[in-house]
Design a protein around this ligand. Structure first.
Ligand code: KG4
Ligand code: ZN
Length: 342
């Protein structure tokens, strides 16, 4: 693998796993020189969710301009890079392939190493971009559109998944409920917005806790409870308050996430909780955890909202730590849609 004689570590991070084409240039792990995100949300909105075929086509169109813009804004060329880091899973196979094959070609042509990044790991590493004082062990609550995990993060690259969703991810449940309420995709931010006008006590939706000692999640039944409430009301010809439903469901999801996170913290005795993934941008989740953790002497860390949802900066950040370990990918790196953490 190519050796980098430069003292500075310059990573180009690339993300294309779902519906954002993003690239970022990161210097020495914390100095973000550029960050470009081309979102496909408006393209997918009319279908109520991400259409994989359209997503990969959009990535193909935007990939090269996004990367070039990231380099231009950083005032750098390919020759200045130490390595190129790219998401290789989990995600949509066609979308991942655009990023992986593009990054491979660029790294090979530039003569720099290629780094394969697990998207889930990168969400957690988004915390390291803005907080350099994190010390292990750490506990991560990773909640996105595709995943809901509680992870013991013992050292760089060492993860133990303590709990995971057995069905829907938290973001997926929020998106589905939002869709039924007639709110736009992605539903999480819409539920948060509409809930501001609603009463979180108006409806008592179930909180699925599973077995008493389980750190797993289950959001599918909670989602179905909302859909049943809505359908029954419609059959009776009643109209329900969308803000009240949104506020009550958001509260139910947050209650479960907070209770499980507290259980995991108690069990592991870890003193820092990292929030990660798109749902980590949720205000109620942040505020509730903030209150619950401060009285327990546990530190809560979360990324700025822009680094919670999919972005290239988190890929570059994870890439930096892989670079320090000399953990480079072979030129045969392929997309792994079902990639997990362990
Ligand atoms: O991490 P992400 O951008 O993509 C995946 O890797 O899945 O997460 C997207 C998910 C969506 O389900 C979206 O509705 C949710 O994150 N989300 C939120 C908020 N912002 C994004 N959920 C609740 N509150 C938010 N503010
Ligand atoms: Zn993500």
């Amino acid at each position: 693998m190519t050796e980098n004689p430069k003292s500075e570590v310059v990573i180009l991070g690339i993300e294309t796993s779902c519906d954002e084409t993003s690239a970022a240039v990161l210097l020495n792990g914390t100095d973000l020189r550029s960050h470009v995100i081309s979102s496909q949300i408006t393209t997918h909105q009319k279908y109520g969710g991400v259409v994989p075929e359209i997503a990969s086509r959009e990535h193909s169109l935007h990939f090269q301009p996004v990367v070039q813009q990231a380099l231009d804004e950083a005032g750098l060329t390919f020759g200045d890079l130490s390595a190129i880091a790219v998401t290789y899973g989990p995600g949509l196979v066609g979308s991942l392939l655009v990023g992986v094959s593009g990054a491979k070609a660029m790294a090979y042509a530039a003569g720099v190493p290629l780094i394969g990044i697990n998207h889930l790991e990168a969400h957690i590493y988004a915390n390291f971009l803005e907080h350099q004082d994190l010390s292990f062990p750490l506990l991560a609550l990773l909640v996105s559109g595709g995943h809901s995990h509680l992870i013991l993060f013992e050292a760089h690259g060492q993860y133990k998944v303590l709990g995971r969703t057995r069905d829907d991810a938290a973001g997926e449940a929020l998106d589905k409920v939002a869709r039924t309420l007639g709110l736009a995709y992605p539903g999480g931010p819409q539920i948060q917005r509409v809930a501001q006008e609603g009463d979180a006590q108006a409806y008592t939706f179930p909180r699925a806790m599973l077995e008493p000692d389980s750190l797993d999640f289950s959001f599918s039944g909670m989602k179905s409870a909302v859909l049943n409430t809505l359908n029954s009301a419609r059959m009776r010809g009643e109209t329900l308050s969308v803000p009240d439903i949104a506020a009550s469901f958001q509260q139910a999801v947050v209650d479960v996430l907070v209770r499980k996170a507290l259980m995991a913290l108690e069990r592991t005795n870890v003193k820092t909780l990292l929030l990660a993934g798109g749902v980590a941008a949720n205000k109620l989740l942040r505020e509730t955890l903030d209150q619950s953790l401060s009285v327990r002497g546990v530190r809560l860390v979360y990324p700025s909202p822009i680094y919670c949802t999919d972005n290239g900066a988190m890929i570059a950040t994870a890439g930096y730590y892989h670079y320090l370990e000399g953990d480079f990918a072979p030129w045969t790196l392929n997309a792994v849609p079902g990639l997990n953490l362990t």
